[in-house]
Design a protein around this ligand. Structure first.
Ligand code: ADP
Ligand code: MG
Length: 263
């Protein structure tokens, strides 16, 4: 091994460029084989480091986002859910809504892919370098309620104000009490025109008064959420139920040999 290669590797390592250090020999061989110029070789080696760093950065941001699962737009089967305008979702994935601090509301019954789409848009935002935080509405509201009772709301709100995209999942599954609703209003007001909210809910807007226990608060929250917003109303069958049904059918065939009627 020539001394210069060892020195180069050692320099790369002490600079923390470990990905380049790991592929140095291979890239040197390739450069010789392809008769690359010095500049081409250097660009090639540094590209390895840049790609590795981008990947690490993406993983760290993704961990910080606290997604419940990792689902992408590419994994979403638009054919299964025709009530979703694929073009609109692809446009949202261009993230103009994030740059404009607009909100996205994904509404519809359970299992139609609301959380999947919210996470997929979140992942796109992370790829583009934005901070994203995912929280279930119930956990968010409990957290804010506790902070409010302890007079620490301002400090706690920072967690939910810092990310450019805040995903609030499953809004309205349970009704919220007055303290919770007020805390939620404070959050939505503070993010208004400053950062995007992606909210998923199985409740229509008409039911928000009931969910928040107060029509005035509900109107005030909706007013801010909807002012700059993209609302996707998803109707259709639950993907979860379809998967379970399919699993059931397959299981039944295996057990019963395929000829028996399904239960
Ligand atoms: P919701 O939040 O509307 O209740 P989810 O987004 O959690 O539904 O979807 C339930 C499961 O079904 C998830 O695993 C999700 O990835 C999957 N899913 C839902 N709709 C689709 C779809 N159109 N294509 C692919 N997977 C889907
Ligand atoms: Mg969901």
């Amino acid at each position: 091994m020539p001394v210069a290669v060892e020195q180069a590797r050692s320099h790369l390592e002490s600079l923390g460029l470990t990905s380049s250090a790991a592929v140095l020999d291979q890239r040197l061989d390739q450069a010789a084989h392809r008769q690359l110029s010095y500049a081409e070789f250097l660009a090639d080696l540094l590209a390895v480091e840049v790609a590795a760093r981008r990947e690490r950065y993406f993983k760290a941001r993704t961990r910080l986002a606290h997604f419940p699962f990792h689902k992408t737009l590419e994994e979403f089967d638009f054919a299964f859910q025709p009530s979703i305008d694929e073009r609109r979702v692809r446009e949202l994935a261009q993230l103009a809504f994030v740059r404009e601090a607009a909100n996205v509301l994904l509404l519809g019954p359970p299992g139609v892919g609301k959380t999947h789409l919210a996470v997929a848009l979140g992942l796109k935002a992370i790829e583009a370098g934005y901070g994203v935080y995912f929280v279930r509405a119930h956990d968010l509201v409990e957290d804010l309620r506790r902070a409010m009772a302890e007079h620490k709301l301002d400090r706690r709100l920072r967690v939910y104000l810092a990310p450019r995209v805040l995903i609030i999942d499953e809004f309205g599954v349970w009704p919220y009490d007055r303290l919770a609703s007020t805390a939620l209003f404070t959050l939505v007001s503070a993010r208004y025109e400053r950062g995007s909210i992606i909210l998923t809910s199985n409740k229509g807007f008409a039911e928000w008064g009931e969910v928040l226990g107060d029509n005035v608060i509900a109107t005030a929250v909706l007013d801010r959420l909807l002012h700059h917003s993209h609302v996707l109303n998803i109707r259709g069958e639950s993907y979860r139920l379809r998967e379970e049904r399919q699993a059931g059918l397959v299981g039944a065939r295996v057990v019963m040999g395929g000829d028996n009627p399904q239960p």
